[in-house]
Design a protein around this ligand. Structure first.
Ligand code: DAH
Length: 367
């Protein structure tokens, strides 16, 4: 028994003086492994008398569990120590200034988003949101496009099956435009309304100016006595602020959208040459957005009495705005995640777009 006491002291010293987890594992194997000290002693039990066997067996079992406990305690002590050392070695001082060459860039879409929201924000609009996956009521029906209405063909829609219904009319869509946010805002029953709704939209389309996922911003104003003059003034101010020009020729062409009556498209004056597009001068016109007075059926679908309230709405493509303002020729490059592209066309993230500080003086290809 004395024997076991000194063995115990020896083994525990080995365990407790191990310097790292690897060394501790070697010690464990040397004690408890197939040829370990305790294992070898266990093997001798068969050669002993019954009495000795009981005494030594009991002693060895106690010793074994004491050593096991010491091993596991020492292991967690060493692991904690190693983790602390690793953390200390990998410590980063987050208060250090960033190196300009390593600085990330804001994607032109994010930049345009900030710019447009800054402009409308200053005019008193707030930002509204809706889901990317819509039901057909909000994406179509409530916008004066009942089932089988020919206007639904204007947009190549991605449909999503409804697990609870086989009826095609119950299937969902990924929203084809941001216009459903008009309905979702009206449903909140807080009048008057003055919102913009930027976000992702989806259509089955793919070429240099179309991608299956793209971005729009919707605008909606509803109040008493709203007229087309409000719409024109608002959009004129917006477009001047957006292109950062004091004057810009605009014209409104009659158009058709099911959810507005009358409907119009706004063009801005520009000069198109073979190699260049100059906005704000020249004899050419560039279509920039769709707009109109909210159709009475849409107001009714949103629970608003069209005899009491009127409104105007508009919708425009954010990606297209980014292409025009920053001279980016191919929309598909926006979504290829090429860091070199982002370095060239991106914006410095901490210089926020604002009406007072400047919209876009912080980067892009114009830098
Ligand atoms: N939703 C239309 C589209 O995606 C754009 C649009 C046009 C929105 C006129 C409007 C509007 O709110 O009044 O093509």
């Amino acid at each position: 028994m004395e024997n076991l006491e000194s063995l115990k002291a020896e083994l525990l010293t080995q365990v407790n003086t191990a310097n790292n987890v690897k060394e501790l594992e070697d010690i464990r194997v040397a004690i408890l492994g197939k040829k370990g000290r305790i294992t070898e002693l266990m093997k001798t039990l068969g050669t002993l008398s019954q009495e000795e066997k009981i005494a030594l067996g009991k002693g060895l079992n106690i010793l074994k569990s004491e050593v096991e406990k010491a091993l596991s305690d020492q292991k967690s002590t060493l692991e904690t120590k190693e983790l602390e050392a690793k953390l200390a070695a990998e410590k980063i001082d987050v208060t250090l200034p960033i190196r300009p060459e390593n600085q990330g860039r804001l994607h032109p879409i994010s930049q345009i988003y900030e710019e447009v929201v800054a402009i409308f924000g200053q005019m008193g609009f707030s930002v509204a949101e809706g889901p990317d996956i819509e039901d057909q009521f909000h994406n179509f029906n409530a916008l004066n496009m009942p089932a089988n209405h020919p206007a639904r063909q204007m947009q190549d829609t991605f449909y999503i099956p409804n697990p609870d219904s086989d009826d095609f009319d119950d299937s969902f869509v990924v929203r084809t435009h941001t216009s459903p946010v008009q309905i979702r805002t009206m449903e909140k029953k807080e009048l008057p309304i003055r919102i913009v709704a930027p976000g992702r939209t989806y259509r089955s389309d793919y070429d240099a100016t179309h991608t299956p996922m793209f971005h729009q911003i919707e605008g909606l104003v509803i109040d008493k006595n709203i007229t087309m003059a409000h719409l024109k003034g608002c959009l004129y101010d917006f477009i001047k602020a957006f292109f950062e020009l004091d004057e810009i020729p605009v014209r409104y062409r009659p158009s058709f959208f099911p959810f507005t009556e009358p409907s119009a498209e706004m063009d801005i004056g520009c000069l198109k040459t073979k190699t260049e597009l100059k906005i704000g001068a020249g004899t050419d016109w560039l279509e920039i957005l769709g707009c109109g007075m909210v159709h009475p059926n849409v107001l009714r679908a949103g629970g608003i009495n069209p005899d009491e309230y009127q409104g105007f709405a508009f919708g425009l493509g954010l990606d297209r705005l980014a292409m025009l303002k920053y001279g980016i020729p191919d929309l598909r490059t926006f979504f290829e995640s090429d860091v070199r592209w982002l370095k060239h066309y991106g914006f410095l993230p901490l210089d926020m777009a604002s009406m007072t500080g400047g919209l876009s003086n912080n980067g892009g290809a114009a830098r």
